[in-house]
Design a protein around this ligand. Structure first.
Ligand code: T46
Length: 133
């Protein structure tokens, strides 16, 4: 599947930990937007869409959550539970986020501004879109 789990370098000492993400070194694209998802209830499932062009790096900086990924051929569930790990999605992949811990905070770094026309929010349209690619 066209996605990658990226590991980030941890700078830890007796005072605590620090992770720094730099464009092109740790973030494999030019970043245009950051948003965060928090206070999502554990029984909520969200997402249910794919993106046509947008690249995103999803980091669970606190707590944990699972992400169901479907590229039209394969399906996979990735658990994010470390702030030192990021899920890099760079092609049209259907995603659903679920099983959020109470304290879960997801930070998402995106390659583009928010544009509803980049979303495919219907699964059958997603499969049609893949056929046409
Ligand atoms: C994604 C997953 C991981 C904005 O106004 N600006 C924004 O940048 C975003 C991301 C959302 N919104 C508005 C649009 C909706 O009214 O915030 C509301 C919630 O967005 P949405 O229902 O799309 O949220 P999720 O959690 O289903 O999906 C989000 C991202 O939209 C999406 O790009 O890949 O997180």
């Amino acid at each position: 599947m066209n996605m990658k789990l990226l590991q980030f370098e941890m700078h830890g000492d007796e005072r605590g930990n620090l992770i720094a993400l730099e464009q092109y070194t740790d973030i494999p694209f030019e970043m245009k937007r950051i948003y965060y998802i928090f206070d999502t209830l554990s029984d909520v499932r969200r997402g249910f869409h794919a993106h046509k062009e947008l690249k995103q790096l999803i980091i669970c900086i606190k707590g944990s959550c699972k992400i169901f990924l479907d590229d039209g051929y394969e399906k996979e569930i990735v658990e994010l539970n470390s702030c030192a790990e990021g899920l890099y999605i760079y092609s049209p992949i259907w995603r659903e986020m679920f099983d959020f811990s109470d304290d879960a905070v997801l930070i998402v770094i995106a390659s583009g501004y928010y544009e509803e026309k980049d979303y495919i929010r219907n699964y059958d349209e997603f499969l049609d879109y893949l056929e046409g690619e």
